[in-house]
Design a binder for this molecule. Structure first.
Ligand code: ADP
Length: 368
């Protein structure tokens, strides 16, 4: 039903005004064309600290800092609102008690029937806690990044410098063996073999650390045909694959954006583990698949090997963590830590689903 009753219209209008006045989370005020305050709601009182009686008639420039006033910031906002009909802004404003709050402001122009600007509606939100939380989060992320870089630098320098004395030990062990080897008795020969094995192992560990710290140093993003990349990986692993009688299958692999050298290393580690941790007397079968996910790809490398107990599923991605003894399965325990770092470089994650004796499926995502 059409309401032509002007009195009815008036009550509707005053009800609306009443509603605006009651709103507490937003400061909603009207200004005349010069920026003098005409209306003031509860939210404005709560956020800025003035009550209606003491603020109505004053100019909205009161809320701005001396610096903003010097830069004529409020006048610029008014000018934009007149020109464009609307302006938004964020910044520090001053409360009645002199404290600051972070304001998110929208100013809309009000027009008369002829289209002339006669004033403004200004809506302000106090986003101080959100702004401080955002700032703290940013600082935390920045600190973490700095710490991470320092740590990587430390690992790099430490592993690099550790190589030197180790090489000296190795050289003198070789010299001793060469020059005095024929005078060694059985025990001395055995001790020497332990020293040689340990230095070799330490050399491998240090090299592993150095390689780990180098991942992602020179990132080159490119288009990668995963089919072709896997062809190369399988060729590189051919001797091991043939020796184990392994069968590696993959088809319909996607073309993705990624870091090629690192992705090659990731697949190489997963495939060589799938072949290495095989069951005795069972030929390894490794099936690689890919599926499209919301913002990238999920790859799965499934094997029929010895499997992993669920309680170890997270541990294996940490550096130097191994589940089997060195005699049964060689390795330094750094491969999956590298894979994790590479997946994370691609904004992805890596995880395993497995059970002892049931084979394992390693999943990783690429979200670039
Ligand atoms: P490495 O292979 O040098 O031992 P990794 O970091 O590649 O080191 O793997 C860590 C450990 O996770 C391995 O020592 C092994 O115990 C376990 N693991 C990795 N891949 C597999 C797999 N496909 N099947 C069973 N166990 C695995």
């Amino acid at each position: 039903m059409k309401n032509n009753n002007p009195a009815g219209k008036k009550t509707e209008h005053s009800r609306l005004l009443q509603m605006v006045e009651e709103i507490e989370d937003y400061a909603i005020l009207t200004l005349d064309r010069d920026g003098n305050i005409v209306n003031w709601n509860k939210g404005a009182e709560k956020i800025k600290g003035y009550n209606a009686a003491e603020i109505i008639g004053k100019n909205f420039r009161l809320f701005y800092s001396a610096e903003d006033l010097q830069n004529q910031h409020p006048d610029q906002l008014i000018q934009i609102a007149i020109k464009d009909g609307k302006v938004s802004d964020e910044g520090w404003r001053i409360r009645k008690n002199g404290t600051r709050f972070w304001a998110s402001v929208v100013i809309n122009a009000i027009y008369d029937e002829t289209g002339e600007v006669i004033g403004f509606v200004k809506v302000t939100r106090d986003l101080t806690s959100k702004m401080l939380a955002d700032k703290a989060l940013k600082k935390h992320a920045h600190d973490l990044e700095v710490k991470n870089k320092e740590l990587e630098q430390f690992v790099y320098i430490a592993s690099h410098d550790l190589q030197e004395p180790l090489l000296t030990v190795q050289n003198f062990v070789d010299l001793l063996q060469e020059e005095y080897g024929d005078r060694f008795d059985e025990d001395a020969r055995m001790y020497f073999s332990y020293i040689t094995q340990s230095t070799l192992r330490m050399q491998n560990l240090i090299k592993g650390l150095l390689d780990y710290s180098r991942i992602g140093r020179k990132k080159i993003l490119s288009e990668i045909f995963i089919d072709q990349l896997l062809d190369i990986v399988c060729l590189d692993l051919k001797v091991r694959i043939d020796y184990a009688g392994a069968e590696i299958t993959y088809r319909n692999m996607p073309i993705i954006m990624g870091y090629e050298i690192e992705l090659r290393q990731l697949f190489q580690n997963l495939i060589s583990n799938a072949v290495k941790f095989r069951k005795r007397d069972v030929a390894p079968r490794v099936d690689i698949t890919a599926r499209s996910i919301a913002d990238g790809w999920e790859f799965a490398v499934k094997d029929n090997g010895i499997g992993i107990a669920p309680e170890h599923a997270d541990k294996i991605f940490l550096i130097f963590q191994r589940l089997n003894n060195r005699e049964a399965y060689e390795g330094s325990g750094i491969g999956l830590a590298n894979c994790k770092k590479i997946a994370e470089m691609h904004n992805g994650t890596i995880w395993v689903e497995s059970a002892p004796g049931q084979g394992s499926t390693f999943y990783f995502t690429i979200q670039i």
